[in-house]
Design a protein around this ligand. Structure first.
Ligand code: SF4
Length: 253
């Protein structure tokens, strides 16, 4: 019987704390396009020494989320319900319910689409781990997002190679422009009814009800390709709106 897989265990590149990456072979993520038979493999990054709810309370989520402004521990708008999926993944990991990725089971991932960091930032682990999984496991396509382009603490240095797999997250128009001027593609959140910028299109899940598994635009690849923008969503979106509404309205056209 197929089990969820441990893709990697090691020390976080963000602060050296122990973390693990788990691949969930089936899930119920409506946005990415899960319907029981056709779903993206979701990867979840967790600390291995403390559960995600406690880690967030103690701001130990920096090990997996780094400088993301949406961290709930910082009062941010992250839509992930830590008491649900991340906590149950942590508990199952601790119970020993998952198998390590190996030559015996890697075919379980063959031809599948992969979401890098459904919870946690892909930059917390070495980029070679992602590229090995993508190549060895014949991943069909992938999406990913990172907030760590400018993270500088604990000797961390952003690995440019990650932009071959991930969009660079941006939280204001100004930030997005600056990142795109460096040649990267951005995934920007904005407030509703605020303008989109040149070189951006709205997430196809919002505009055309196309799921990530069928869209795949958020793969980081292609310096001149369009960037993506999405209206902030989730039950905590107010915290983003309160702080960033003004800067979104004055988006550079
Ligand atoms: S643009 Fe496509 S891949 Fe990116 S989040 Fe939206 S639906 Fe998913």
């Amino acid at each position: 019987m197929k089990k969820n897989l441990i893709l990697w265990e090691g020390n976080s590149l963000l602060d050296n704390a122990p973390i693990a990456v788990i691949a969930l072979l089936s899930s119920n993520n409506r946005k990415t396009g899960d319907n029981g038979t056709k779903n993206m493999v979701q990867t979840v990054i967790i600390r291995t020494d403390v559960d995600p709810v406690t880690a967030s309370k103690n701001k130990q989520d920096e090990s997996i989320c780094g400088s993301c402004i949406h961290r709930q521990s910082l009062g941010g708008a992250c839509y992930v319900n830590l008491g649900q999926m991340p906590l149950s993944v942590y508990r199952a990991y601790k119970r020993g319910s998952y198998e390590y990725l190996s030559d015996m089971n890697k075919h379980w991932l063959y031809g599948r689409a992969l979401r890098l960091g459904a919870y946690g930032d892909p930059a917390a682990i070495p980029v070679e781990i992602w590229s090995n999984v993508i190549n060895d496991c014949k991943i069909s396509h992938y999406t990913g997002y990172t907030h760590q382009l400018n993270y500088k603490k604990n000797g961390f240095k952003f690995d440019q190679k990650l932009t071959n797999f991930c969009m660079i997250s941006a939280d204001t128009p100004k930030q997005a422009k600056k990142i795109r001027d460096l040649g990267y593609r951005t995934f920007r959140v904005k407030t509703e009814n605020s303008p989109i910028m040149a070189n951006e299109i709205e997430c196809l899940s919002d505009t055309k009800n196309i799921k990530c598994i069928d869209c795949g635009l958020c793969d980081g690849i292609g310096k001149n390709k369009t960037s993506i923008v999405i209206d902030i969503h989730g039950s905590r979106k107010k915290s983003y709106i309160n702080k960033y509404e003004k800067v979104n309205i004055s988006a550079l056209a």
